[in-house]
Ligand binder design. Structure first.
Ligand code: NAG
Ligand code: NAG
Length: 319
């Protein structure tokens, strides 16, 4: 009885704390100053922030958490295995609290027995954001004919409907890289209906280096903002751009750049996750090269921006 009351009280404090718009801040240097690429970001209902990264020496899916969005714990592994269907590393994990005590991790990995570009999208579940996450034995989706699939993230629309958004990895076969969306059921992973293309790479490779990838969709005040990266991740041309729509399935219009190398001393910033926190503010995490050069050596550190500026279909890191 006492502990239930105490938990309710602590929960109320946590809710109050997260509902207060945060000070607009770009992490001074890296928020996690070690290799922590393609960060997936989540704010749990207990008011704690969680971030998850692509496989590194810290684990198959390293997780770090923070109570203040400034100081983050040492990353530790939270995924038990890549899944019976897959082999090797995990890319671009994204975790969502689908319902109380039900967490879904979306990720990409290479299918067993296939060629090296046979990346499929997978799902793992856990009862706590610290894991352990247990992978499903079969992939959510594969599409080798189109070049493989990668870069999956979750999205909850204002009407409560759940979606997944991902990249067709067509640049692996010199093809197109459409970013697609599809609805999922209440468990966060049963596919429903059909997929819709939101954007794809430009006809001219001088515009985006022949690819758009790492989508993250966020809704703010009547607009859907689709953040994505362009160019090869291993170059200083990697960046964060965005497209907007008034409707979740588009059509989306590409607006332009959000963050490029040199902004705030970043190098090859990209692969962002952008989150609307109870319609009070929008925070983001992304990676940038540790040495301020490109991702050829030391790896990609996690950076954050709290309370980014979104207004009338225009997005800016600070304003
Ligand atoms: C944060 O992560 C550490 C493991 O790295 C874990 O021990 C701790 O319980 C986590 N904190 C919360 C609030 O989940
Ligand atoms: C990355 O940086 C290294 C060292 O600065 C350089 O030699 C290499 O060419 C760069 N790679 C790319 C893809 O830009």
């Amino acid at each position: 009885m006492f502990s239930t009351t105490l938990l309710t009280f602590l929960g109320a404090i946590a809710t109050l704390a997260v509902a207060t718009p945060m000070k607009r801040t770009v992490s001074n240097g890296a928020a996690i100053n070690k290799n922590f690429a393609d960060p997936g970001l989540m704010l749990n209902s207990n008011g704690v922030w969680y971030a998850y990264s692509t496989t590194s020496s810290s684990g198959l899916v390293p997780m770090s958490n923070s109570t203040n969005f400034k100081t983050w714990t040492k990353p530790t592994n939270v995924l038990t295995s890549v899944g019976a269907w897959a082999t090797g590393a995990v890319w671009d994990p994204d975790v969502r609290e689908i319902s109380s005590g039900h967490y879904v991790m979306y990720y990409a990995a290479r299918r067993n027995g296939g060629p090296s570009n046979d990346h499929c999208l997978g799902v793992a579940t856990a009862t706590h954001p610290n894991g352990p996450f247990t992978p499903k034995s079969t992939p959510l989706m594969c599409d080798l004919a189109s070049g493989g699939l990668i870069g999956i993230t979750g999205f909850k629309a204002p009407d409560g409907r759940l979606y997944v958004v991902w990249k067709v990895d067509g640049n692996s076969i010199k093809g197109k890289t459409p970013i697609k969306i599809q609805r999922v059921g209440a468990n966060g992973y049963d596919l429903q209906g059909t997929a819709t293309t939101l954007i794809t790479n430009d006809a001219s490779s001088s515009v985006d280096g022949g690819l758009v990838e790492a989508p993250s969709l966020v809704h703010w005040n009547g607009w859907y903002y689709l953040f994505y990266s362009t160019h090869n991740y291993n170059t200083l041309k990697y960046d964060i751009r965005y497209a907007v729509s008034r409707s979740v399935r588009g059509p989306f219009s590409k607006v332009g750049s959000f963050l490029t190398s040199g902004d705030f001393s970043t190098a090859g910033p990209g692969s962002t996750t952008v989150l609307n926190i109870q319609d009070k503010y929008v925070n983001m995490a992304f990676h940038s090269d540790i040495n301020g050069k490109n991702s050829s050596g030391a790896g990609r550190a996690m950076w954050t921006i709290s309370n980014i500026c979104l207004s009338g279909g225009v997005a800016k890191p600070t304003c």
